[in-house]
Design a protein around this ligand. Structure first.
Ligand SMILES: [Zn+2]
Length: 281
């Protein structure tokens, strides 16, 4: 049964010791419970206290594991003392995000669309403090929760240091923003469409060892076969096999490639992509 916490989070048990903490319409973080400790995979946007949502579920010590540095995955990091992030993104994870930047990136479009936020949330003081990671992660590392382990996999593409995590108990994959059902983002300065393709190829190679994919946006749980759909879309975009159209993201031009039910964004021609920290292309 769903529990609503802080007038914002939907907390839902998905599988044995896997709890989704959803910010509906925005992003999903996942809590994985072991015998000795819990891992919180991403910490959401920071518009409400995600620690309160975690504490509704468990009083185990919590190790945060960030899939990547984007604001909607690290927003609650400052509420925890143990923060794990990719060694390749440690400096980005610890870069504070100002109210001016977050307003331009996210709040202004949301407020213009009539998106509602929790009553206690004040858009004028919204910022992300971004403490430095206490644990840096690389492919091949394993996070021991007691009676289950999370294997760390480097899956770059959406960002240069994006990580995925594979749970030893349920064979669930936590894919960050590499895999979800919607428009895939490969249009940032630190995105790499070829690396995206290679990451998906490596995951497709081990698809028979994956029981399901927990995605951070849109449908939270996808079948392993969905990896192939993403790979086909990204490959088509990477190799120019789709018709692309010029659209805008944050008012900046990008290319949108439609493929079956998915789409992929890549940088505009002659652009290195959108730089989130300066909001420029
Ligand atoms: Zn992202």
């Amino acid at each position: 049964m769903d529990r609503i916490v802080e007038d914002w989070f939907v907390v839902r048990e998905m599988d044995e010791g896997i709890v989704m903490i959803q910010e509906p319409g925005h992003v999903q973080s996942f809590l994985v419970l072991g015998q000795d400790r819990a891992a919180l995979i991403d910490t959401g946007m920071g518009v409400a206290d995600i620690r309160a949502a975690v504490e509704v579920v468990t009083d185990l010590p919590v190790q945060v594991l960030n899939t990547h540095w984007h604001f909607d995955h690290i927003g609650g990091n400052a509420r925890f003392s143990r923060i794990g992030a990719a060694s390749r993104e440690a400096s980005l994870v610890s870069t504070p995000l100002s109210n001016a930047l977050l307003t331009r990136l996210y709040l202004a479009p949301c407020l213009a669309d009539g998106v509602s936020f929790p009553e206690a949330f004040d858009p004028r003081s919204y910022e992300i403090k971004s403490p430095a990671p206490t644990l840096t992660l690389a492919g091949g590392d394993s996070i021991d929760l007691g009676d289950r382990q999370l294997a760390v996999m480097e899956t770059p593409g959406h960002t240069r240091g994006s990580l995925s995590f594979l749970d030893s108990r349920t064979a669930s994959l936590f894919s960050g923003d590499l895999v979800y059902n919607g428009t895939l983002y490969a249009h940032f300065t630190d995105s790499d469409i070829r690396a995206y393709e290679e990451s998906l190829e490596r995951l497709c190679d081990i698809q028979d060892r994956i029981s399901g994919i927990y995605a951070c946006h849109n449908e939270p749980l996808l079948p392993p076969e969905f990896l192939k759909s993403c790979l086909e879309a990204v490959t088509a975009a990477a190799r120019g096999r789709t018709r692309s159209e010029r659209v805008t993201d944050w008012g900046l031009p990008v290319l949108r490639h439609e493929f079956c039910s998915l789409a992929v964004l890549t940088p505009d021609r002659d652009s290195r992509g959108i730089d989130i920290l300066s909001c420029k292309a």
